[in-house]
Design a protein around this ligand. Sequence first.
Ligand code: C2E
Ligand code: MG
Ligand code: MG
Ligand code: MG
Length: 288
Amino acid sequence: RAKREGGDLYRFFEPAMDQRLMERRAMERDLRAAIERNELYLVYQPQFDTMTGELVGQEALLRWCHPERGIVPPADFVPLAEESGFILPLGLWALERACTEAASWPVPCRVAVNLSPAQFRQPDLIAVITAILERSGLPPQRLKMEVTEGLLISDTERALTLLHALKEKGIFLSLDDFGTGYSSLSYLRRFPFDELKIDQSFVGGLGRDLGSAAIIEAVLALSRSLGLSVVAEGVETEEQMRMLRDWKCPRVQGFLLGRPVRSDELFSTATWVRTPAELQLQALHPRQ
Ligand code: C2E
Ligand code: MG
Ligand code: MG
Ligand code: MG
């Protein structure tokens, strides 16, 4: 088509496409080597109970420190890993690392691990997760798995079976990025989730547009009647925090309350428990 539209155009952008493809291949190759080269690590972001201020969880987020590119955000390499199939070993690496690190924390909060829909196609997923939990010594009750709506739509029956199996093990199930996918509200009733995470785009809209506020209030009312917990993610301002607390949103996560940091920085420093955000949270909810 390009050729018909202008003879030179074709020759003009072909090398650019080549370039991009080669970049991708290089990234893929580097990513496959990244685990052994020790370039991957996890950072953890706290999740708090809005009413008590208690730390209820830490979400594990993948980071890749590339020797030339520096820190590559997961949005740039997780999709690549999903397309190449490398997400299976990568996802298991993250799970094992998260469980092992969480097992050594002084506070027995949950560790939340993101699971790619592609990982649900792994035939022995439940057995592998069981083995990882046993090796790490982390009780299944302390593991939370975050999955996105895409999983529920692509292979509904398999997703149902696997999620029930995880739930039976005692693993806590969270539906991530809620509101951004195409799943219907009936999914919430059919699937054994314990919690849903309101996507940060809605939280970001608080105080800016009425639509976001309306959606958050509706989701909170719905989850209350379904007996689900809720995490609002991406809380950045005190105003957002105040609104969420007024609406009795049970849990919050975001830069206001804590940025993701490495496991060894989580509890070792006294600074963590005394971040300004933590003090703010306490001030908002003085304990009686
Ligand atoms: P997610 O699971 O929805 O994670 C939340 C993202 O929001 C994280 O980005 C986090 O750093 C960011 N975030 C948290 N609080 C705030 C805030 O107050 N403001 C803003 N603007 N952002 C905030 P991150 O670490 O870049 O991860 C992006 C996505 O990459 C994750 O979205 C998740 O889908 C994926 N991901 C990360 N780690 C893993 C992993 O181990 N496995 C899989 N399959 N996916 C992962
Ligand atoms: Mg998540
Ligand atoms: Mg999310
Ligand atoms: Mg997200």
